[in-house]
Write a protein that binds this ligand. Sequence first.
Ligand SMILES: Cc1ncc(COP(=O)(O)O)c(C=O)c1O
Length: 414
Amino acid sequence: MGEFPISWVRDNFPALNVGDEFVFFDNGGGAQIPHAALDAVQQHLILCNVQRGGKYRQSVQVDAAIQRARESVAIFLNASSPDEVAFGMNATSFIRIVSQGIAEILGNRPEIVVTDIDHEANIATWLVLEKHGAQIRWWKVREDGSLHTDDLAPLLSSRTRLVACALASNALGSIIDVKEVCRLAHSAGAEVFVDAVHYAPHAPLDVQELDCDYLVCSGYKIFAPHMGFLWGKAAALDALPTFREDFIPDRAPLKIEVGTFVYENVAGMNAALGYLEDLGRRTSANGHQKSRRDLMLQAMNAIRSYELGLSAHILTSLQRLPGVTIYGISDPEKVSGRVPTVSFNVKDLPAPNLAQAMADRSIAVRSGNMYSPRLLKRLGVSTEDGLVRASLVHYNTADEIGRFIEVLARITGN
Ligand SMILES: Cc1ncc(COP(=O)(O)O)c(C=O)c1O
C-alpha cells in the first residue's frame, strides 16, 4: 500500500474546502460528508422525494434506494443478510427500541450488565429496564481509565440477559475488546448489544467476527447525513417483541423501523459507503479486481493506519505542553488501543473557556461531559466543566494538529 491519499480525501469533502482555515476536530459529534453523499441526497430529493411502497416509478425508486443502502451497510458490517439492517433517526432511538423489546422477555435472566465508560445512551436506556424488574450489574473502569474483561467475567451468570457495551469510548477514544466480551457473555448464555457509534469511522467492522448480537451506528459519524442504523442477528431480531402495527410483518427489518425515516439521508449513507469503496480502490494496487467488502476493508485498514499516526502525533505534541492532563491512553507507543479522540484539561483553565478560546481562533473542539458523566466522576474530572475533546478522523492532517497545538500554546501562554 502506498501513501495515504490525503489530498484526494480532502478534495472529496466540500466542507473542508470553503477557504476559511477552519480546523474541525469535533468529529465525535458528527463528521463532514463527501460530495458523493451530498449529490445522492440532492438527486434523491429531485428524482424521488415521495413515500415508499407505491406502484409509481418514483416510489419504486425509493424502495430500491433503501434496499441498495441495506445491502451496502450489510457489506460494511459483514452481516449475513441485508434484512438484518434497519434504518432510523439515530443510535439512541434504536437502543430504546431494542431495550424495550428485551424488557418484555427478561424471563429468568433479569440481569443487564452496563459499563461506566459508555455514552449515556447505552447506559440510561438500559437502566430504565429496572422498572420492568431488571437488575443492573456495573462493569466499571479501573484506575487506569480502561475496562478490563477480567472484571466482566465475575459479573456474568445464568441470570445475565445482556451485556451493553461500546467498541470505543467517545470520551477517551479507548477501544474495548468486544470480541472477548461476546465470548464471555455467550458462554454464560447472555446476548451482547454493541454501541459502535464512536468506533465505526475509524476501523473495519465485522459483526460475524465479533459475534455480537446487536450493533448500532450513527451514520452521520461515518460520513453520511443525519441518520442511524441497527444491525441484529436475524434470530435475535425476530425473537424481539416490537410495537409495529398488526399488518406489518413481524420480521426484521420492518419490525424495527419506526414509521417514515429520512430516505434521502439513507441514500446519502449508501453514497458515503461508495466513497469508502473509492478510497479502497485508491489505496490498493489491484482495486478493480476486489469485491465491495474487500474495498471497504481496504479503506478502513488504510484509515486505521493513517489515524494511528495522527493519534501518536497529537499525543506527543500535547504532552510537550506544560499543565496538560490527558485522559485515557496517553502513551504514543500504545495508540493501537485507541482511536484519535483525545480528551484533556489544562491546569487552571476550565474546559468551556478553553474550547471557547479555541473556537474564537477557528479551531472546533468540544468541551463538557461528552454524555459520559459517570466516567468523568470516576476519573476525578468535574462533570460541570468536563474536559476538552479533540476528535479527529481520516481527513484531518498533521498540519492541522500543528495549528491546534500552536493555538493551544498561545492561549495557555506557552
Ligand atoms: C458512543 C456513542 N453512543 C451513542 C451516541 C448517541 O448517538 P445518536 O445521537 O445517534 O443517538 C453517541 C453520540 O455522540 C456516541 O458517541
